[in-house]
Design a protein around this ligand. Structure first.
Ligand SMILES: Nc1nc2c(ncn2[C@@H]2O[C@H](COP(=O)(O)OP(=O)(O)OP(=O)(O)O)[C@@H](O)[C@H]2O)c(=O)[nH]1
Ligand SMILES: [Mg+2]
Length: 444
């Protein structure tokens, strides 16, 4: 996400380096470059101009302190301007009422059903008892999709396959919720290919009759400028409360994230960065601005990691490292945990200084797959005592896993590195992050 924007902004700011002080003349080309980068990322040119005008004004009025370079000062100004552009502060989802109701709306394929399930997953962890409601009465498969997700999450799903009126379904679901100590009802609705009078009418009436505490508009970030146009159209009809931007894991240029707030005047509340249930983050304008500028988003990373790693596991792991008992079985467990935090590129892009290099790193889930396959071909004894894996064992493992002996060697070498690094982390703490990317070089 935002890779080319990040690169272009960095280039623009770099061109200032070496300048002793900021004047209207020496920042002119940097300002122009920043504007161009924003427009290229699909930000509306008027918005881009507003942003760069604000940066310019602040830059000229600021004395460069001796301790910061003009480049550093400019990075800060751009970061502030992007944060303001995206709404400044994080905006909360309102969950009032018994039960609280979230209505999910958007075009076909935007990611509504996936979001409905992700929200259930998210709020369940916050001790809510959610009920998902299938109000897409046009596609039977839509109900099945929601049911399947509900089963995976162990969350109840309300359906009425024979009922064709979404209002009736939703009202009945709320009655059922009241009788079953459900405190959050999340309503999934049908999408259409394009803005369509009938759909708008249906969703508007649903909103009127349900009086949800929160109506979320879901939009695919890959739609670029169209995402903004669609948001405007939905907002006119629906007056929704917040936006959820989906598919930010793709090669979306990010303009939608940057423009929606100023063009529609509604906050982005969540962003979705993948198909897995945990790929959902609260939207924080300041953190996003840092990420765009390649400064990482450690807070979001830590939040996600904390959800996956509990204290008990952490304590056990530390104990193993301390007593030199960390082995290949533990490595597989660690890999499983990392996978739960999210997709690897996403994780790395949250770490400071690494954001801009993710594009060049061969980071995909295959990295883990070959590790797991190789480890699966070892005997339990080998996994517990990697040092006993000699040449003939390596040959057997390679044959068993359909890999080569070089790949097995590489894995063992990586294990050794990880082991050493973990010992180091144990002693030093955060330097762990700086050694992360080198470890997961693709084996093949
Ligand atoms: N890569 C990626 N895929 C996503 C994301 N969100 C949803 N998807 C995928 O996009 C596709 C459509 O998602 P759905 O949740 O079914 O979309 P929908 O809005 O309910 O679609 P309709 O019910 O047909 O209107 C599915 O294959 C999802 O797995 C995301 O953030 N990233
Ligand atoms: Mg759907």
């Amino acid at each position: 996400m935002f890779q080319s924007l990040s690169k272009n902004l960095e280039k623009a700011i770099k061109s200032l380096k070496g300048q002793g002080r900021i004047t209207e003349i020496n920042i002119a080309s940097t300002i122009k470059e920043i504007r161009r980068s924003l427009v290229q990322a699909d930000v509306h040119y008027k918005v881009a101009k507003q942003v760069t005008d604000a940066i310019k004004q602040k830059a000229i009025g600021t004395n460069v302190l001796t301790s910061v370079s003009p480049g550093q000062l400019f990075t800060k100004l751009v970061q502030d301007a992007l944060t303001d552009l995206m709404g400044g502060m994080h905006s909360e989802v309102r969950l009032t009422g018994h039960p609280a109701i979230i209505l999910v709306a958007g075009l076909q394929g935007a990611g509504k059903t996936t979001l409905t399930a992700k929200l259930a997953h998210y709020y369940k962890k916050k001790n809510k008892t959610p009920l998902l409601v299938a109000c897409d009465v046009y596609r039977p498969a839509a109900t099945d999709q929601l049911k399947k997700l509900g089963t995976e999450l162990n969350v109840s799903v309300y359906t009425e396959p024979e009922e064709k009126n979404p209002h009736t379904i939703a009202q009945n679901a709320i009655q059922a919720a009241k009788q079953n100590a459900i405190d959050l009802v999340i309503v999934d609705t049908a999408g259409r290919l394009a803005i369509d009078k009938e759909m708008m009418q249906e969703i508007r009436m649903l909103k009127e009759s349900l009086k949800p505490s929160e109506t979320l508009f879901v939009v695919d970030a890959m739609a670029g400028q169209d995402a903004v146009t669609t948001a405007q159209a939905f907002n006119e009809q629906l007056n929704f409360d917040g936006v959820v931007l989906t598919k930010l894991d793709g090669d979306a240029r990010g303009g939608a994230a940057l423009s929606i707030r100023s063009m529609v005047d509604k906050p982005i509340k969540f962003i979705s960065t993948g198909e897995k249930m945990q790929d959902l983050d609260l939207f924080h304008p300041d953190r996003m601005a840092s990420r765009i500028l390649g400064m990482g988003d450690v807070i979001s990373f830590v939040e996600r990691a904390e959800e996956v790693y509990n204290e008990e596991q952490q304590r056990r792991l530390e104990q193993k490292i301390k007593t030199n008992q960390f082995n290949l079985e533990d490595l597989v467990k660690q890999i499983e945990q990392i996978k739960k935090i999210g997709n690897l590129k996403e994780i790395v892009s949250m770490l400071p200084g690494l954001g801009k290099i993710t594009q060049d790193l061969p980071l995909d889930e295959d990295v883990f797959k070959s590790c797991e396959v190789i480890i699966a071909s070892m005997t339990p004894k080998e996994r517990k005592n990697p040092h006993i894996i000699d040449r003939s064992r390596r040959e057997r493992i390679a044959r068993g896993s359909g890999t080569t002996i070089q790949e097995v060697n590489q894995l063992l070498k990586q294990f050794d590195l990880i082991y050493k690094m973990m010992k180091k982390v144990h002693k030093e703490g955060p330097s762990f992050f700086s050694s992360l990317p080198g470890l997961f070089k693709k084996v093949r």
